[in-house]
Design a binder for this molecule. Sequence first.
Ligand code: TYD
Ligand code: MG
Length: 453
Amino acid sequence: MAKTKTTFFCQNCGAQFPKWIGKCNSCNEWNTIVEEVIQKEEAKSWKSPNTERKVTKALKLKEITAVNEERIGTFNNELNRVLGGGLVKGSVVLLGGEPGIGKSTLLLQIALRMKNKVLYVSGEESMTQIKLRADRLKNSNENCLILTETKTQHIFNVAQETAPDVIVIDSIQTLHTEYIEASPGSISQIRETASELIKYAKETDTPVVLIGHITKEGNIAGPKILEHMVDVVLQFEGDRNHTYRILRAQKNRFGSTAELGIYEMQHTGLREVDNPSEILISEKDSDLTGTAISATLEGMRPLMIEVQSLVSTAVYGTPQRSCTGYNIKRLNMLLAVLEKRAGFKLGAKDVFLNIAGGLRVEDPAIDLAVVSAVLSSNSEISIPQNICFAAEVGLAGEIRAISRVEQRIQEAEKLGFEKIILSKFSKIAKKNYKIEIIKVSKIEEVIKVLFQV
Ligand code: TYD
Ligand code: MG
């Protein structure tokens, strides 16, 4: 038996130290260094220790034959889109998200919908729990095998016996390898089990999907290293009180990270939302003040999003500003612009802003809708429901052009909007749109168009 060896790991960034220190030299966090037992044996391959290694050879680029990576379709359009067309053979995908957001549901649903042989390994739930969940999901894949196991060596044994096309691991934090003595979920266990799985994936050409928990700060728990090791990092997010969930790629070695998948959580699992624009605009009977609709883009997909704002007289000396789904600093900046350029005295007003549907929007094209919603609430004049917006607002109160404007116009037209307000500098090649395009260059002009003052 080898001597017990321990090392000190930073639980935040995964850096390794020979002795305990109070502050991590690598990420500057305090009190994150923890001692872990790492007694390791020589071989740590997923196979038997004496596997022969291939001698590798360096090649010129032209000697390498380019083959398109083979992909396995997941029978889930949203996931396929985010992955860039399906699971690439031999790739490792990490799916992160808050507890209860629906990670297990999503992957079980996909495992049950696929035609391929899937090995679904759960270290978190019992067979009966999974069975109950599967019954709710109402899909059944004859080839889906369920395994409740946490020891990687046992998982590899089962995988060798059953030769699955895809392996799903729920979750990486519950796994442990017998080559290391640290407890499951610790940095060294996560690192080792992940590298064993990656090795397995590459050597057998089987895609492996890992579920990862995230910390309070929203990072995938465990070392950042995990994110560097895998091929694709997906983030499943959304407000738990809303039914909509968003799947984003943070890193993708085989596709774009700009794509987005939208789901709705129902009692029978996650429904794919094909046409998100329709659901993100709330239904209203009469003209309400303080709402404006923006034509935004998430990845390659145009989305019509409703911005809701409430401006009221401040009760306390310092006015409150609160945002849901939008950057509060950006809101403060836009309010300052309004104050300076349009003469609105918002300093004594509380301003609340909400993006409908529990989405988080980063697209600057939403600025003009934010400004308009605030103005509408402030002046108690509603914005006609047939108008939408797509432009960025600059510090000088200028209305700036945004990217891929035609795609936004088309989406607005498709959804029956009659007017779209854009920057004067937007370049539009096609001329014959049914929708009326109103071009503005300054905030003052927007006010004139909207409120005829
Ligand atoms: P789960 O997949 O267990 O979350 P995670 O693995 O990310 O922790 O999702 C659990 C939530 O999803 C739970 O609060 C109930 C809800 N849910 C539904 O609303 N409908 C369903 O069909 C299922 C299976 C779960
Ligand atoms: Mg789960």
